[in-house]
Design a protein around this ligand. Sequence first.
Ligand SMILES: C[S@@+](CC[C@H](N)C(=O)[O-])C[C@H]1O[C@@H](n2cnc3c(N)ncnc32)[C@H](O)[C@@H]1O
Length: 333
Amino acid sequence: MSMFRELFETIFAHREIATVVEVGVESGQVSSLYADLGATVHCVEPAPGDELRAVLTEDPRLNLAEGLSPVALGDLPVADLYVLDGDHNYAVVREELAWLMKNAPEAVIVLHDVLWPCGRRDFYYQPSPVPAEDTHPATKDGPTVWHDDITPAGFVGDGAYTVAQHAGGPRNGVLTAVEDALDGSGGGWRLAIVPAVFGFGVLVRKGAPGAAEIFEALRPLTSSPLLAAMENNRIALYTRVLQLQYEAKARTDDADRLAETVTAQQREIAGLRSELDRARAENATGRQELQRLREASAPPAVQDPELGEAVSHLGRALSARIRKNPGRSRPAR
Ligand SMILES: C[S@@+](CC[C@H](N)C(=O)[O-])C[C@H]1O[C@@H](n2cnc3c(N)ncnc32)[C@H](O)[C@@H]1O
């Protein structure tokens, strides 16, 4: 909402605003904007985190109202400006507007997210307090403008919210809730939309202080086809970026899985190698043992001293005879 500062400046310039109720605060980064423009701010948030508590504790102009809108609204002073940016679904917004039109009919009501993707499709913050009979079948996937079906590569809540599976039809989406509230008001209220950053709606009762001046001052933006075309273009690019981010993450996950498989296989190969080394070492030891056993079981060389002596005696006698009768060394035929 911080990029809407100039729009809030316009509203504050044409209407005395002493008290603001901000519904849906998240981190509290925008709350001080209203205080800087001169208001006391009541910040309605069902589950304030540490960051929000720290922001609100530091700034005495900001007051935490821990709870769910619209129930929490009744415990707060009636404000001059309500900024509705909480649970973006038909049931909650319709109830918020019913409460405000009845209890704060002079207030300026600003609604964020009156255009795509919440305008005609319910979003349900989790855990959702909306009774099942007031919700549409919902999913964790999200919408995109690139095709009709919702997709995990779309505008997803990552656990923070789910979205209605189908857009359009009765009782579906923030803008549908506003239109039904306008119809129910008997024509006493007026809506104008600045078609930027998901849609900035301004709802004021005709004749309320500053109403005509605010609508007149915002008219260059609320009636700008150029701004609407740029918002459509921005959303087309934005959802394309979401899709690319999803695909990049899927590829990174694939690469991580592949790296894990390679590491596991390398570990397995290392294990098999050391098993092979062990088997080779065992084999070598076995061979050595076999060799030792073979050598140990070979028959000893024959050692008969008498036979040896007889052989060398025979050798000497033969040599002597050859020396005496060299020509008769061969027996006569
Ligand atoms: C889109 S964020 C608000 C962002 C904030 N306005 C900003 O501009 O930074 C919506 C917030 O509404 C809160 N929320 C959801 N349901 C709510 C409810 N019924 N009443 C009040 N806040 C609600 C969520 O917890 C979430 O922090």
